[in-house]
Design a protein around this ligand. Sequence first.
Ligand code: SF4
Length: 413
Amino acid sequence: MVMIIDVEMIKASLMTNNLDSLNIKMNRKGFGLKDQIKDELKFHYHSPIIEEIKLDGYTKTFGNLTIHLAREFGFCYGVDRAVELAYETKKRFPDKRIFLTTEIIHNPLVNFNLQKMGVYFLSGPYQNASLEDVTPKDVVIVPAFGTTISLLEQLVAKKCELVDTICASVIVVWKRVEKYAHENFTVVVHGKYFHEETQATTSRVSVFPNGKYLVVFNEEEAQFVCDYMMQGGSKEEFYKKFSNGISHNFNPDTDLQKIGLANQTTMLSSESLHIAHMFREVITKKYGEESLKDRFRSFDTICNATQERQDAIIEFKTKKPDLIVVIGGYNSSNTNHLCEIASQIAPTYHIDRAECILSQNEIRHKPFGKKEEMITKNWMKSESLSIGITAGASTPNQVMGQTLERIISFRNE
Ligand code: SF4
């Protein structure tokens, strides 16, 4: 169950496009200790009130308050597996030091619990150790969104044991971009250059000698690239705009002639589809329809869990809640996109823990598109009120349940 990765094998696998020989995805079954960790997981993440509302058809009324749960919310299959595997690893190696390359998922409670269990973090907001601390006797867990090839190289050099919790949906993106790079297509990723998954994705393109990539964050950036493709422009401006999301030696004059599109698994799916359409149009206009097969590739790599959670928010339109509460880490990509959709339906409050519900009158939250939290007063009207509630793919039900209990108790006051 423990994976030892050989760097040369990784590189050889990528270069020959013989992806099945890439061992990174093989350690998927855990250590067979699920029974031993299930009570701990239930204690940390389960919520009776959430289960109760689900059984009641996802809507329940408490006095003059009606709660609508989204049909899909909370832990996705990838997060479930990553968290389980981290707990199993701890159980399997009670005497070894366990490290995580960074947050296992983007949720404060889950990372806090792991830290409390003695797991060390090599980077990110919970960092309490560094790579120099890792020895061959240690175990390092790679989180759900993967890690870069360069970090893997360093870990392999450490000869430590590696546990792979990478989500299968992330591997789909990697396979796709490796294929593009293998066929000499420039990879355009709709994603966030600073997100661990996208960094891991682009690192896999960089392994190819001629691998080129560009990360576009949104439609505005995609339009900038499309305009450059059609009319040219200032290279300096191009480099400045994409300085953090562009491969080494990228030349916008020559590297935008054959394009393969992919997206970070947790982006807004409608935007990803539109961006793919924009690039398709520009290739068609510039080189003609018949050139598409040689110059354009596109594959929607939004994961099912993200799609289902986004669709479930859209269903709130029929429930017409007075407001929507979205729960999830502030750095969670999928949660932020849930907020983006929700805010088009009703006033939306993004919180990352139950304690953000300060009182009947005050809520601490992060407005969509902003980095800082703020406090909003009079967020709940005192008369009859309906609230839509959802949670990002890395949010435990327990946090959702605690949030709900706080809202109900403040209403009762
Ligand atoms: S959000 Fe999607 S890609 Fe990310 S861990 Fe969950 S299932 Fe996997």
